[in-house]
Design a protein around this ligand. Sequence first.
Ligand code: BMA
Length: 309
Amino acid sequence: MANETVFKRYPQNPIITAEAVPDANVIMNSAVVKFKGAYAGVFRVDTQEMVMELHAGFSQDGIHWNIEPRRIKFTGNVPDSIPSGLGYDPRITKIGDTYYITWCYYPCGSGPAIGLGRTKDFKNFTQMAPVLLPYNRNAVLFPRKINGRYAVLHRPSDNGHTPFGDVYYATSPDLLNWGDHKFVFGRTSGWQMTKVGAGPTPIETKDGWVMIYHGVHTTCNGFVYSMGGAILDLNQPWKVKYRTRRYLMAPTAEYERVGFVPNVVFPTAAILDEKTGKIDVYYGAADTYVALASADFGEMVSFIKKNSY
Ligand code: BMA
């Protein structure tokens, strides 16, 4: 397979197709975590009505998944976005013993904003106040407070197929009030010439926060989504120490090139096995499937450092 410099695709990819949920059109861009010795996740299911929904799922091995046929019903004081509960591109971050979910949704139908919810068991979900109002299309929380404050990476957007996008950092004392926004990094050239956006939860290392992100190239046939990596300063994460000039992975497999939206590798979750040093990245492929690719974490970090701007 072309471009498998650091990451190797799981040979039986894609691991999740629309067949996992009875009325799905596609299942893609989903978040998974380790949970009680196994795995749990929140999945983006686009239904046959073409409505984007969030569904919970469970797995023993991280590869074979049972996804709930019905969407998550959040409880809480925040009114559901619109009657269908439309929501997409979830990320999950564990802070303490709680799993927080950030996702895109349309409060009052007015364009993408960042929703926030929490669960402890992936059965009962509570919706909290939104992290960011329209227009913002993707966000992921850091797994602990930084300088005493919760922190998020996010990407302001417009209400369409945004032809721009840079990564920003914001903080909150209580997960309700967000501010102190800072620019982290923006689009540059090549595979990340049009926009960039945060992917999975950043991973803390002695070198800094290792983050995996997506970058978008514009071709005469539309956008191409690839995956890159960066290392952000531990205490001042808006300071970029390293950032990949070369991509980590670009759409070259058939299931990444052909689908509902062709040429998309959209990373949304990463699980690092501290014992083996292996990192598994879950990504949406061609807005149609969930796929899996793995790397040695140390090799990935070296690649980011060696191929940095
Ligand atoms: C982005 C998001 C993603 C999607 C990507 C490619 O703007 O909507 O959900 O994977 O476009 O279509």
